[in-house]
Write a protein that binds this ligand. Structure first.
Ligand code: Z5A
Length: 217
C-alpha cells in the first residue's frame, strides 16, 4: 500500500522520561496497520559502532571527564555512522525511518543545555547531513521535573540524566522554540496526560500530518 520513492523520516524528541519509547511502540503498531515498510532506530546509536559511541557518551564512571566539544563531536560521529550505514540506505529503499532523537536533541542538549555555540552545531549538521532533515518531528512536551521522576523510576541515571533541573528546563524551552520556528515539521504533544491519552493524541496528530505530507507529493 502506501509507498513513496523515498521513505519518510520521522523523529521523536523530548526531555528525559517523557515517554518516547512508550509512544514509539504506538507508532510501530500504527505503521504495521498501514502496511508501511519501516525501521525503528535511535540516537545516539543505531549501528554497532554508533552504539559503542553512545556507551562512551552516557557512561558515568569514565577514566576522565568528556569535554563538551568532544561530546558534541562524538554525537555527530555517531550520527554520521548511523546515517551512512542505516538511515540513508533505508530511506533510499523507500522504507520509513522512525528515530528516537536526532539533531534537534543536539540543539536542545548541547546547544541550549550546555550553551554551546548554535552555529557550530549548524555547521556540523550541514557537514554530516547535507540537506537531509526529518520530514516530521514529534516533540513530546513535559515539565522536566515530571520527566526526571519518570526516568528515575526506571533505575540508575546516566551521565546526562545527572544534570541539574535547570539544564532540562533549558532543553525543554529549546524544543518549544524549534517547534515554533518549524511548525510544518514539528508536532507538539502534551505528554503530561495518562499514557493512553498521549498515545491517542499523538496518533491523531501524526495521521493528519502524514495526510498533509503525502497529499503534497
Ligand atoms: N542526547 C544528546 O545529549 N544529544 C543528542 O544529540 C542526542 C542525545 C541524540 C540518551 O537519549 C541521552 O542522549 C539523552 C539525551 C542525549 N539524555 N539523557 N540521559 P535517550 O533518548 O536514550 O534517553 P532518555 O531521554 O533518557 O529516554 P528514555 O530513557 O528512552 O526515556 P523515554 O523513552 O522518553 O521514556 P519511556 O521509557 O517511554 O518512559 C519513561 C517511564 O515513564 C516509563 O516507566 C513509562 O512507563 C512511563 N511513562 C511514559 N509515558 C507516561 C505517561 N504519559 N504517564 C505516566 N508515565 C509514563
Amino acid at each position: 500500500m502506501m509507498k513513496t520513492p523515498n521513505g519518510i523520516f520521522i523523529t521523536i524528541e523530548g526531555v528525559e522520561g517523557v515517554g518516547k519509547s512508550t509512544n514509539i511502540e504506538a507508532v510501530n503498531e500504527y505503521l504495521l496497520e498501514k502496511e508501511v515498510e519501516f525501521i525503528i532506530t535511535r540516537e545516539p546509536g543505531g549501528t554497532i559502532l554508533a552504539e559503542k559511541m553512545r556507551d562512551l557518551l552516557l557512561q558515568i564512571n569514565a577514566d576522565e571527564e568528556l569535554s563538551e566539544l568532544s561530546e558534541l563531536l562524538l554525537i555527530f560521529a555517531a550520527r554520521a555512522q548511523h546515517l551512512e550505514q542505516l538511515i540513508r540506505p533505508a530511506l533510499t529503499e523507500g522504507k520509513w525511518v522512525i528515530c528516537d532523537r536526532f539533531t534537534d536533541a543536539t540543539y536542545a542538549y548541547q546547544g541550549a543545555g550546555r550553551a554551546l555555540d548554535r552555529n557550530k552545531i549548524a555547521q556540523l549538521e550541514t557537514l554530516v547531513q547535507g540537506d537531509l532533515r526529518p520530514d516530521i518531528t514529534i516533540i513530546l512536551d513535559l515539565d522536566p521535573e515530571a520527566g526526571l521522576q519518570r526516568a528515575q523510576g526506571r533505575g540508575a541515571l546516566d551521565r546526562i540524566e545527572r544534570e541539574k533541573l535547570e539544564f532540562f528546563i533549558r532543553v525543554r524551552s529549546a524544543y518549544i522554540e524549534i517547534a515554533i520556528a518549524e511548525p510544518d515539521r514539528c508536532l507538539v504533544i502534551d505528554a503530561s496526560q495518562d499514557i493512553d491519552t498521549v498515545k491517542t493524541n499523538l496518533l491523531i496528530a501524526l495521521d493528519q500530518k502524514l495526510e498533509t505530507l503525502l497529499g503534497d507529493d
